[in-house]
Design a protein around this ligand. Structure first.
Ligand SMILES: [Zn+2]
Length: 421
């Protein structure tokens, strides 16, 4: 445990947060046009932030704003001081490019080390990382964190579940990093095969990047004979390491020395008291390359600042159950990506994986929907592809009431929700 920060007294934490917030506000005001005009319009000067309460005066930052300022306009450092680019998964929306300075990477690594430590993982462990490597923050974030604490890392990435089980058995993996869906898949294979979970050395799984529930936890823990702990993060904030469960399994401790958390009513934007469920809003207070102020995460949770049995004093957030509606606005019409998903599942030959892109360059906004096609159709004759294309376009236009550009793409070509977004 990082005693200095994870068990810090609240009064000291608040003093630290204020100092770091002031530095961050100064940095974004000087270097990010978006924030300078946001603060100017709200009539706030950086020196007006003299208490943590003053943060409430600053308007929210939304995912829309990040998308509009792609790729680099939200960066508070020039690219020559940025040592890494990653991006959000963009499951149903455009991915957002984020950048890290050398210090950002160092902080991120320490934060992921906390996630591993709270699961009891240390240098004696063999950590298998079954997240997709690449632009998404999950895999590489954990990779750095696990190496930092001296554990032995297996970057198994996205090879098949059967092969992952073999690696796990042969290399005696003790800690697994993956999504809940993947952990369930592994448990299922173990159940159906002649492998007994006792043959595996696996002890703990650090699970994240998708919302999951207590019944799923039970299934994973019983299926693999392990402890399964939740962790939370999103690329726009830093990646994994924003918060994680301790072994009490009673909420995820937020790294409040790096992030200020608030919960609001997503409809009225009113601040909610601790214990009430609303949308999580995060402000980064140590990020140099890509700081965000009052970012609306779209994730629903509640806060608990009471002391935890584990000794950590950092506030806990309840497990994220579901996201608030991630609306896309096209030609003034609010569209819920879930509706498009629903229409697509009704059309034979399509996979439920799709991505929306809004082109605002012309006189009218144009919505492009990329749809993954089932394996058997994609390699089939062109005529069937054309018919499918036409059907999707017709069904979407009927539902939405305007022209939609449809693009059919290969199976598995759209990135899965494999990130902490
Ligand atoms: Zn705890």
């Amino acid at each position: 445990m990082d005693i200095k920060y994870e068990t810090i007294k609240r009064s000291e934490l608040e003093q630290l947060q204020l100092e770091r917030l002031q530095v961050t506000i100064n940095r974004v005001y000087r270097n990010v046009k978006f924030y300078r005009s946001l603060l100017d319009k709200a009539n706030i000067a950086p020196e007006d932030i003299t208490s943590l309460d003053d943060l409430k005066k600053i308007p929210f930052t939304t995912k829309e704003s990040l998308i509009e300022n792609q790729p680099y306009d939200m960066f508070a450092l020039p690219l020559r001081d940025v040592v890494r680019l990653q991006s959000s998964s963009g499951t149903t929306r455009e991915p957002i490019v984020v950048g890290y300075s050398r210090n950002d990477i160092e902080h991120w690594t320490e934060l992921v080390a906390r996630v591993l430590n709270s699961g009891g993982v240390n240098k004696d462990d063999v950590v298998q990382i079954s997240f997709d490597y690449g632009l998404f923050t999950g895999a590489i974030g954990f990779h750095y964190g696990a190496e930092y604490i001296g554990a032995t890392v297996i970057p198994s990435s996205r090879i098949s579940a059967e092969k992952q089980i073999n690696i796990m058995r042969n290399y005696r993996t003790t800690a697994l990093v993956c999504t809940p869906t993947f952990a369930l898949q592994l448990a299922d294979i173990v159940k159906k095969s002649d492998i007994s979970p006792a043959e595996l050395s696996l002890r703990v799984a650090l699970i994240g990047s998708e919302p999951w529930s207590e019944p799923v936890r039970l299934e994973i823990e019983e299926g693999l004979h392990i402890l399964a702990l939740d962790n939370y993060g999103l690329s726009e904030i830093i990646g994994p390491g924003v918060s994680c469960e301790c072994q009490e399994k009673n909420g995820l401790h937020i790294a409040e020395d790096h992030f200020i958390a608030e919960v609001i009513n997503p409809d009225t934007e009113e601040l909610l008291p601790d214990g009430e469920v609303g949308e999580l809003v995060l402000t980064t207070i140590t990020k140099e390359a890509f700081p965000v102020i009052r970012y609306r995460t779209g994730d629903l949770t509640s806060l608990d600042r009471s002391k935890c049995i584990c000794g950590r004093t950092l506030a806990r957030m309840s497990r994220v159950a579901k996201r608030t509606d991630d609306l896309v606005i096209v030609q003034g019409v609010k569209i819920q990506p879930a509706l498009i998903g629903q229409i697509l599942t009704e059309i034979e030959g399509t996979e439920p994986h799709f991505r929306l892109r809004v082109d605002r360059s012309g006189a009218k906004d144009e919505l492009e929907v990329r749809v993954e096609v089932s394996e058997n159709i994609f390699f089939d004759e062109i005529r069937r592809m054309d018919a499918l294309h036409e059907e999707i376009q017709k069904r979407l236009e009927e539902a939405l009431g305007f022209f939609v550009r449809v693009k059919l793409v290969e199976p598995n070509s759209i990135q899965r929700l494999n990130d902490s977004e």
